[in-house]
Design a binder for this molecule. Structure first.
Ligand code: OGA
Ligand code: MN
Length: 259
């Protein structure tokens, strides 16, 4: 296995076939995910069954109600621009943060890659935390955010909100990272008025998602990309996409990480 770090977050992993993982590989990959935040596996020719097995080797799978499942693969959902007149919205976020136990990992596999554009962007939430001025770092360490669902139609029995600390200690790396989602999903901040909470969230997101803290992944056919939602935020860049862009997504649940 050859690991090439990307800047300012992520790594390309060569020499691994994601459809032939042993437990020892999974342990190494979990450590690498905690360290680099995003792992890019190139030239993987896998189908959805193999992709599901790959995801399952990291833990229990979870599915977000309201997403479009992949036919015959109930734990995978379709991410697609096909048939859309306007590009989908794209804001930095963490997947399904409005549940008590949000997914630790999300992975996407390239199904159809557009001719131009359609990158996925990742922010380094460790680096963002470490580069906050000390007074803000101390302030946010005491706060939590109520994350709420937006943009998907949830069922009657689904969770719709959950409280998470702003600063989370990563269970594998032991490093602290900023845990935020899009402003619309960060409904309230503990101890602050709605206005001050909104202003803090917007300030923190602006700080996290500056160009120098963001890696852009340009998709190639055969790519599988997995990230650790506990230390990166992500978004699609839908500007100027030419061609069909279809990805299949799966998510792995874990226990809420300790503070
Ligand atoms: C997602 C997501 C980003 C992309 O599927 O959760 O944010 O680049 N996708 O499509
Ligand atoms: Mn997402």
């Amino acid at each position: 296995m050859k690991v090439t770090a990307l800047n300012p977050v992520g790594a390309v992993v060569d020499g691994v076939r994601v459809d032939a993982l042993r437990q020892a590989h999974v342990d190494v990959l979990q450590r690498l995910l905690g360290e680099h935040g995003v792992l890019v596996f190139r030239d993987q020719s896998i189908d959805d069954a193999a992709f599901t097995r790959f995801l399952r080797s990291f833990g229990e799978l979870m599915f977000t109600t309201g997403e479009t499942p992949v036919d015959g693969h109930p734990y995978l959902n379709v991410v697609s621009n096909v048939g859309r007149k306007t590009p989908p919205r794209s804001t930095f976020h963490i997947d399904t943060s409005y549940v008590r136990t949000p997914p630790a990992y999300t992975a996407l596999r390239a199904v159809e890659v557009p001719e131009t554009g359609g990158q996925t962007l990742f922010s380094n939430q460790y680096r963002a935390y470490e580069r906050l001025p000390k007074d803000i770092r101390q302030d946010v360490a005491m706060r939590s955010i109520t994350h709420v669902v937006t943009g998907v139609e949830v069922g009657d029995d689904d969770e719709t909100s959950a409280v998470h600390p702003v600063v989370r200690k990563h269970p594998v790396s032991g490093r602290r990272a900023l845990y935020l989602s899009s402003p619309a999903r960060c409904a309230t901040v503990s101890g602050l008025t709605p206005e001050d909470g909104r202003a803090l969230v917007e300030h923190l997101i602006e700080h996290c998602t500056r160009d120098e803290n963001v890696m852009r992944h340009a998709w190639l056919p055969g790519d599988v990309v997995m990230w650790d939602n506990r230390c990166v935020m992500h978004k699609a860049d839908h500007t100027g996409v030419v061609g069909r862009r279809v990805l299949h997504r799966g998510m792995v649940a874990t226990e809420p990480p300790p503070r």
